[in-house]
Design a protein. Sequence first.
Length: 549
Amino acid sequence: MIGVLRGNVECAAIDEFFQLFKTPWEYYRAGMSYDVLVCCGVTSSGYSADLIIVCGDERLSFDDENGIMLRPQSTGFVCTDRGRLPVYGARSTFAGSGIPVLHDETTSEPSGLIIASKGQTYVRLGYDPFQEIRYLLTQGQPAVNATIPVVELHIDFLRDLIVSYCSYLVEIPPVPAGFTCTVCLTHDVDHVAIRNHKGDHSMFGFLYRALIGSALIVCRGRRSLKYAATNWLAVLSLPLVYLGLARDTWDRFERYLEIEKGLTSTFFFIPTKGDPGKDKEGGKPFKRAAAYDLSKLTPLLRRLLGEDREIGLHGIDAWRDENKAQAELHRIKSATAATAIGVRMHWLFFGERSPAILDEAGFIYDSTVGYNDVIGYRAGTAQVYKFPGVDHLLELPLHVMDTALFFPAHMNLSLEEAEAALAPLLENVNRFGGVLTVNWHDRSLAPERLWDGTYIGLIEELKNRDAWFATCMQAVSWFGQRRATSIAVTPQGGDTLCVTISVPDCDRTLPAFRLRLYKGRKAGLAQAGVDRQYTDIPFDSSRELVVAV
Ligand SMILES: [Zn+2]
């Protein structure tokens, strides 16, 4: 059990950190015995545990007692055995005796020290991991660090310390039993059909990119001549499409169902035709308005729902206005007859008040927190999380958007480069768990994009890795149940533990959970490079387990 002495760190950040870590913990209570004590900005003397972690950039009495000097540093990276970790808040490096466990990337000075003092093992960290989590989940990290799953690395570093210095660690990892990871395939429906775009900027953009853009791409050797020929044919067939004599070039819903056969996905639809909404400055970006009318798409919505697809809101103004959020929610509820609705904003518009507005309106989840121009972890995580201060709304972060990979103004990757860029995200979700959330727009399989090969390749790779393909609502529900689950551990003497798992209202249609039991080394970080050994025990309901460590 971890005990936390919090000083002036707000509870919400600590609570959320341990919702993501999901290991037994509590705020320190006098008279209780803890395996690990985490002290944030408070004195750590007079306490005992297998390990005491002392966090913070400011000088503490602990530092004076142990002859540690602090040197304040600006935002930068610290390096662990397992990789680089950006620290966004205040941090310090140290001078003094002790074994360095973290280094400042620029100065090589220790950012973490292991100190043995009066029979007690301490780890002194020069930053506060809970404040880091708060920053990441509320402000997000800059695109330059997008590929780093920072939240997962903070948890992993703490896990490593506990396994190294304590006799055991139990947790409920963010991975469903029977699968290696979770994936949400999603589609923002921005266009539906090119028939809706006669003589507008979307049509002229299509003509330019299909005729000239694709020729340039072929000349650069990035796509085959067949790619350009397909696009030119699509342009030639356009008059027939407008006359209703040929299939609509952009209507690829059936193709998505075919590619995703046996799987599932989520489609986000825009609620109102011709409404661009407002941006942060109050402007009305006319290109943002949808040219399709949701009320005329009943057969399509029925078809998708009949194939077990989820329909969510592709929000216009729901991110900035309570009444608009209610109205947009109502439109999707009426169109789908669903009672539980999730949302992703068109163009990923979002503001500081958005979580509270969406929470209040009654959305179950949001899936807007991602980047338009790169792929990766805006909130530093692949886990479903809760914004501090909201009541129930969960955030399913977005990691991969097709337009970010391929648009010339964004990453501008070739097909091969896109595959290489996706590989680390697949590795991370396998290593740390969480959800890989992918957005392939409704028209991205069609000319002039023809990005189907990358999408099919990604799905095949995820299938080979035994991923759980879930709708957004299913993934969020699974994580919601994990949040509601609690574990308590009672040492039984000797090498056995009694683990009490409490799972309220478990939905049996979702995958089970697993209890992960690490055998601790109690031998220090000397063996930190060795793979940690653990046992997984699947469970799907409340129970009591007696396990050996
Ligand atoms: Zn959109």
